[in-house]
Design a protein around this ligand. Structure first.
Ligand code: UDP
Ligand code: MG
Length: 364
């Protein structure tokens, strides 16, 4: 029998976990979940559908001194929320003693899982690795540098329980330098909100909660983690934003400088394009192409009439160049659109990414 056809027993979530219906309450998506996570079953001892309600995903790079205090605070919250949790630390190629600390946390608490990446891949890739390992129906992300406060977590969970798919933290009283951090961040937040249509005050805050099905099949590149709410908005999500605490960094150094601003802007262009045009490139390039070619043809006709009817010389007219340029450019745009259509079909079919997303299913 094909392994895909064997339905594992539905996990029974004790206590309040039932508030967060998982993928198995959702037959169409469940098979999809299972296939995506098949490798995970091989990589870990447990069944990937273990009854875990909440997974924390915490990427870190050289945060040796922050890890113990962070975990101490987190553990208080874990005990308080009384739901089966796991904490996934993703060591993004630290060169200090971070991994040794994580080894100890792992030995002391069986809720802790650690992924150690081979080198520094960047925060987005680290998040991706954590998402791939996470088994919870709710995934909470945060920084490892103690700038986020774990005591905000129950507030995030309450919003998820209300029915939101993504709950984003908003560092209303941000404790970072104004000129180099807050100002660029404000500009970026404004641009991202305006262009992607997902209105948030603070995209950069790592403290966020997601229903896990929203993150299924999301691949993060570059600085994309901060666009996650926008990136997944194509599937129709409910987003809430709540103010959270923010503390000044006590130990270790920030890993980013002003260069990040440029990277964020460049990634924003990609996200905008992916969101608006990735399933219909011909409509974007085709429209440009048709406009350009039509204008070129009109100009060409005008020049032809001058030449053929009025017998004027048109060989030295700049307009002739423009007509030729616009016509050729237009044809190229249309061709690019067609190529785009091929690439997109390839992409969607290769990764099995659907062109739709289901929220609920009523069947007999
Ligand atoms: N981080 C990471 N990989 C990187 C850079 C950063 O995992 O390549 C982690 C870092 O350890 C921290 C979080 O991402 O937990 C946010 O980084 P940071 O505090 O330096 O950013 P800032 O708060 O200054 O924007
Ligand atoms: Mg920080």
């Amino acid at each position: 029998m094909n392994a895909d056809n064997v339905k594992p027993p539905a996990p029974t979530l004790p206590g309040r976990a039932a508030q967060f219906p998982g993928p198995d309450s959702f037959p169409a998506v469940a098979g999809y979940h299972r296939r995506q996570r098949a490798w995970l079953a091989a990589a870990t001892d447990g069944d990937p559908l273990d009854p875990i309600a909440i997974s924390f995903v915490i990427p870190l790079l050289n945060e040796e001194d922050n890890l113990r205090p962070l975990y101490a605070k987190l553990r208080e919250v874990l005990n308080e929320i009384e739901q089966p949790c796991e904490v996934i630390f993703v060591d993004d190629g630290s060169s200090d003693g971070s991994f040794a600390v994580l080894q100890q946390l792992h030995a002391d608490d069986n809720r802790v899982r650690v992924i150690r990446l081979r080198r520094n891949f960047g925060q987005a890739a680290a998040f991706s690795a954590g998402f791939d390992l996470a088994r919870g129906n709710v995934i909470i992300t945060m920084d490892a540098d103690l700038q986020n406060d774990p005591s905000d977590i129950p507030k995030l969970l309450a919003k998820i329980a209300e029915g939101y798919d993504v709950v984003s933290g908003w560092r209303a009283k941000r404790q970072d330098a104004y000129l180099t951090r807050q100002l660029p961040s404000r500009v970026a937040n404004f641009l991202i909100s305006a262009l992607t249509g997902v209105r948030l005050h603070d995209y950069g805050c790592s403290l966020k909660a997601y229903r896990s099905e929203v993150l299924e099949n999301v691949h993060l590149y570059g600085e994309m983690h901060r666009f996650l709410p926008s990136l997944v908005s194509w599937m129709g999500i409910r987003v809430a934003e709540i103010p959270v605490e923010h503390a000044r960094r006590q130990f270790g150094r920030s890993k980013y400088g002003l260069k990040r601003v440029i990277m964020v802007i460049l990634d924003l262009i990609t996200v905008k394009f992916l969101l608006d045009y990735s399933t219909r490139p011909i409509q974007f390039f085709g429209l440009l192409g048709l406009m350009s070619t039509s204008l070129g043809i009109v100009l060409g006709l005008y020049l032809s009439i001058l030449k053929l009817v009025f017998h004027q010389g048109i060989g030295d007219r700049p307009l002739l160049l423009l007509a030729v340029l616009l016509t050729i450019l237009g044809v190229q745009f249309v061709t690019m659109g067609l190529l785009g259509e091929l690439v997109i079909r390839n992409y969607h079919e290769a990764v099995g990414k659907p062109t739709y997303a289901v929220r609920e299913l009523l069947m007999h």
